[in-house]
Design a protein around this ligand. Structure first.
Ligand code: SAH
Ligand code: SF4
Length: 383
């Protein structure tokens, strides 16, 4: 059986190498070749002993994901669609900015949470991605972009687990993937620059705090339980007060001293002044210290099956003002890549939903493969 080496964090790779009778420093060398150099061919790993390379060839491989398509937006955003087998595909999106390069990574094919405003949620759930499938998105994007830009410097400085899927419902595969991102022998990212976004899986927020504390974003979307029950069905299991308590506990371990609350602005649904006032009251009620959270308002990215609409810019601005006037740091997310359906919540990929397969058959779309040029991004500085 061939073992995919993208499945391992450094400890996992060391254990694998030990089983082959190799010392830990060999695993470190191998890990660096794979993640820092983007090398998948053992024969080219020139400082590894020939005997080890031969051994690896018999039992291991660096198995990337097949790329089905790649689209580039006029704003430099690049979206890849990766084949994960059995009719499923997942998406990753690279978002270049002046001071950073962010990769938005998927954790599942589909999603079981089923939020009303999310195109992934509408597709239902097919399966969890493996650690290798999560890391393969970063491995491919980073080394592909470096090649195109003709640089050996790091291009992707930040990762957000905001692609398809609920990362905390795929915890066992997520944590080793995060460790590869953070490892100095891997991608060497700072904990503050790796963000897990969750719809609120309370017990797993607590586990993440001890296992691998990275920046946390919580998709709130509503200031009270009846509305949140309706928009984010997981709220029926973990209601808002429990979620707020978990956020406060997380802060004791978090690399940043605030939690980011994401709030998708839905016209006439959750965007009224009274909703903003309820949020202010909620934040104050749960504040253990002064500034403990920030809000990121996301203009809804519509898709036909949702039946929902984007709030008008004045509505978003008025909502933001109520929060800011109450001392809550609030930003409005700029929409990127919407000309290639790469904006938040538009990541649909291709999911063979095991729970709703028949319904989905009718909706399946064909995938366009378009040639792309270079991303306009050329800035990869660490802030
Ligand atoms: N499952 C995780 C991470 C993936 S979703 C979560 O829900 O947090 C990433 C972000 O995109 C979430 O904040 C989600 O609420 C938001 N989102 C989903 N659909 C959207 C849409 N149609 N328009 C704008 N944002 C959306
Ligand atoms: Fe799943 Fe997040 Fe989409 Fe909700 S918003 S359905 S949790 S991917």
């Amino acid at each position: 059986m061939t073992t995919n080496l993208l499945d391992f964090d450094l400890d996992g790779l060391a254990a694998f190498c030990e089983r082959l009778g190799e010392k830990r420093f060999r695993a470190t060398q191998l890990f660096r070749w794979i993640h820092q150099r983007g090398e998948g061919d053992f024969d080219r790993m020139s400082d590894l002993a020939k005997s080890l390379r031969e051994k690896l060839k018999t039992c291991a491989a660096v198995q990337a994901l097949a790329v089905i398509s790649e689209h580039q937006s006029s704003d430099g955003t690049v979206k890849w669609l990766f084949d994960v087998g059995a009719g499923n595909a997942v998406e990753a999106v690279f978002i270049p900015e002046d001071d950073r390069g962010t990769l938005c990574v998927s954790s599942q094919a589909g999603c079981a949470v089923g939020c009303r405003f999310c195109s992934t949620g509408h597709q239902g759930f097919s399966r969890n991605l493996t650690t290798a499938e999560i890391i393969a998105q970063l491995w491919y994007a980073e080394h592909q972009l470096r090649k195109r830009l003709g640089t050996s410097e790091r291009v992707i400085s930040n990762v957000v687990m905001m692609g398809m899927g609920e990362p905390l419902q795929n915890y066992a595969a997520l944590v080793p993937a995060l460790r590869v991102m953070l490892d100095d022998h891997g991608y060497g990212m700072s904990r503050r620059r790796v963000t897990v976004s969750t719809s609120g899986v309370v017990p797993m927020i607590d586990r993440l705090a001890t296992d691998c504390p990275v920046a946390l974003a919580v998709s709130l979307h509503a200031p009270n339980d009846p509305l949140r029950d309706n928009l984010v069905p997981l709220n029926r299991k973990y209601p808002i007060d429990e979620l707020m308590d978990a956020c406060n506990r997380y802060l004791e371990h978090a690399p940043r001293d605030f939690i980011t609350f994401e709030y998708c602005m839905l016209d006439g649904v959750n965007d009224q002044p009274e909703h903003a006032q309820q949020l202010v009251a909620l934040v104050r009620r749960h504040a253990r210290s002064g500034v403990w959270c920030k809000f990121n308002l996301i203009p809804f990215n519509p898709f036909p099956a949702s039946g929902l609409h984007r709030s008008a810019p004045q509505q978003v601005a008025a909502f933001a003002r109520i929060l800011s006037d109450a001392g809550i740091v609030t930003t409005v997310r700029k929409t990127r890549g919407d000309d290639i359906d790469a904006a938040c919540g538009q990541l649909a990929g291709e999911v063979q939903d095991r729970t709703r397969a028949v319904e989905r058959m009718a909706k399946r779309r064909t995938i366009a493969i378009q040639p792309v040029g270079l991303p306009t991004h050329s800035n990869n500085k660490e802030a």
